[in-house]
Design a protein around this ligand. Structure first.
Ligand code: ADP
Ligand code: BMX
Ligand code: ZN
Length: 289
């Protein structure tokens, strides 16, 4: 069977056809609409999937947000331009005429990455550092979604009680400091108003403030990984997302983690499926694998 897999992020929307052996074809990507009203998201999703849907028999969605009974509920509505609630499964079924399922993006990616590890270990944690900071936790070989879809939302654990206010309403979340949005929000002076991607390119050219902001993100992520190790005793933490996979970022995280006591040390790897982990995880979940 051919699955139409869709990944809905705060910055980009991706879709592809995925066959039963997990081969991707006809991958497409468009920006998440700037005016993030339900109508704008509906129009963008229609544009994204229309060229692909005739070749598919079902739809698997990995989406940012808490996914509960097929509905997207933002924990950080700022990541979606204030969009709090969106009937994802119903919308995609209407657009495509195909059966659809939906799961949180980082939970989906965790499942794909757990498969790729081909490990005997039961525990693995995936963290995406992207528009936000998301997470997916596998315990005893089982992906944790929680009774209400919240499980694994590691970006909303506490990094600094004196830190910036997070879009979820709490002060000092990991996401408010380490995410792409957090990096952009910390920038001042000549960096003010730039996105994380541009701040990374300034850092690569030696810009001190850019380097400091990125170092703070990496250190915050290392502390989160230590907390994750203490909670799950996982053997591996896999990191994805465009910030997580940016050149030079993970080595800083690993260096920061190495400075903590050995009990917190854990193997930290970049996502095997790179930017496709969410798409492939959703496809695997709908295959029942
Ligand atoms: P999404 O959150 O939609 O899943 P991404 O994983 O691409 O999308 O994350 C988007 C964030 O990553 C934005 O903050 C963007 O500025 C940043 N970003 C994109 N490309 C890069 C890059 N090459 N290096 C560093 N940051 C990047
Ligand atoms: C936020 C939250 C998570 C999501 C994470 C990464 C929203 C809309 N999203 O913490 O559900 O997994 O961001 O999302 O509240 P991404 O857009 O960065 O991929
Ligand atoms: Zn938060």
């Amino acid at each position: 069977m051919t699955t139409l897999a869709i990944d809905i992020g705060g910055t980009k929307l991706a879709a592809a056809l995925v066959d039963d052996s997990l081969q991707i074809r006809e991958r497409r990507e468009i920006p998440t609409p700037a005016s993030k009203t339900p109508d704008a998201l509906y129009a963008a999703l229609t544009e994204l999937v229309t060229p692909l849907m005739k070749q598919a028999t079902r739809v698997a969605i990995a989406s940012t947000g808490i996914i509960r009974e097929g509905i997207l509920l933002a924990i950080n509505p700022l990541n979606l331009g204030g969009l709090l609630h969106f009937p994802l499964v119903q919308t995609l079924e209407n657009i495509t005429g195909l059966p659809a399922m939906a799961v949180n993006d980082a939970q989906a990616a965790a499942w794909a990455e757990y498969h790729a590890l081909e490990t005997e270990d039961g525990e693995m944690v995936f963290i995406t550092v992207s528009t936000g900071v998301g997470g997916g936790v596998v315990l005893n070989g089982v992906l944790q979604t929680g009774s209400g879809g919240l499980a694994g939302h590691l970006g909303h654990t506490l990094a600094d009680p004196q830190g910036p206010v997070c879009g979820c309403g709490r002060t000092g979340c990991v996401e408010a400091i380490a995410s792409g949005r957090g990096i952009a929000a910390m920038a001042q002076g000549d960096l003010a108003g730039l996105d994380a991607k541009t701040i990374f390119s300034h850092a690569a050219r030696g810009h001190q403030q850019a380097r400091d902001i990125i170092a703070q993100s990496a250190q915050t992520l290392a502390r989160l990984i230590a907390d994750v190790k203490a909670v799950t005793d996982c053997q591996t933490v896999v990191v994805g997302g465009s910030v997580g996979l940016a050149e030079g970022y993970l080595p800083q995280v690993v260096e920061s983690l190495a400075q903590l006591p050995p009990v917190y040390h854990v193997a930290v790897r970049p996502a095997h499926y790179r930017h496709d982990a969410g798409l492939l995880g959703a496809a695997l979940l709908i295959q029942g694998e």
